[in-house]
Design a protein around this ligand. Structure first.
Ligand code: SAM
Length: 242
């Protein structure tokens, strides 16, 4: 057995946001690769790996045992953060779940607004999650995009607090440009998002019930995505980056 765990690019990106010596809770841990890799790398020395289902938690236990990490990683069977007391973790990762599920988990644990670093990787409903965070006392500090084969993943770094960013039309769809991490893949991601919106718009255009306002909004989003893509390709990142 090797002494490291090679994380996928998506989980690597989440791991990179975990601060040195953080006390981590990885919600929906499944195989516990994320906390185990971080302990093996010496980044953290304590973590809770939790999951709602016994099968995935058993997989987590097997990883912990295989690497002899019983003293550092505690596995816990529970939905969301239900059995995690406030103060038990200063960093929470929730990766590989739908945006609605992430909202539900945070709504049931309001202590996550008090000085906790949240690393969120929603599989879908990213616009809804961004809006929900803003309306429920969280602010997005940073956003990354990661490609794994043909699939794009979005990662949000969030914390409790009010957001004072100027409102941009595309902020719920693509995130606010001010929080985009300067990374080479962003223009490619914006292109993929723009093309997806164009396909949706084409399908909507064929529907007799298509609302005029919705069509106008989508056209504007597509225009803004294209403008940002061109600017970033020219190296013009937003000046007001956090
Ligand atoms: C697709 S896996 C993701 C595993 C890992 N976090 C990753 O990103 O590779 C989703 C995991 O979340 C767990 N899960 C789903 N809903 C949950 C909830 N409400 N609370 C805790 N775990 C949950 C599932 O049992 C499953 O193990």
């Amino acid at each position: 057995m090797s002494e490291t765990i090679r994380l996928t690019p998506r989980l690597r990106a989440a791991a990179d946001w975990v601060p040195q010596n953080a006390v981590l809770c990885d919600v929906g841990t499944d195989h516990a690769h994320l906390p185990a890799a971080l302990v093996l790398e010496g980044r953290i020395s304590r973590a809770i790996a939790s999951d709602i289902r016994p099968g995935p938690l058993e997989r987590a236990r097997r990883t912990v045992q295989a690497f002899g990490l019983e003293g550092q990683i505690e596995t816990r069977l529970c939905p969301g953060l239900e059995n995690i007391a406030p103060g038990e973790a200063d960093t929470v990762t929730i990766c590989g779940m739908g945006g609605e599920m992430i909202m539900g988990i945070l709504a049931a644990a309001p202590w996550t607004r008090e000085g906790v670093r949240l690393i969120l990787q929603p599989q879908r409903s990213q616009p809804e999650l961004r809006r929900w965070l803003r309306e429920h006392g969280y602010r997005i500090v940073s956003e990354r995009v990661v490609a794994e084969g043909p699939r794009w993943y979005t990662l949000l770094l969030a914390e409790g607090g009010a957001d004072s960013l100027p409102v941009e039309e595309i902020q719920d769809l693509a995130g606010h440009p001010a929080v985009w991490v300067r990374e080479g893949s962003r223009p490619e991601y914006l292109k993929a998002l723009r093309e997806k919106q164009q396909r949706l718009l084409a399908a909507l255009g064929k529907s007799a019930q298509a609302e005029e306002q919705r069509i106008r909004n989508m056209e504007r989003e597509i225009l803004l995505l294209g403008q940002w893509e061109d600017r970033l390709r020219r190296g013009e990142w937003p000046e007001w980056q956090r």
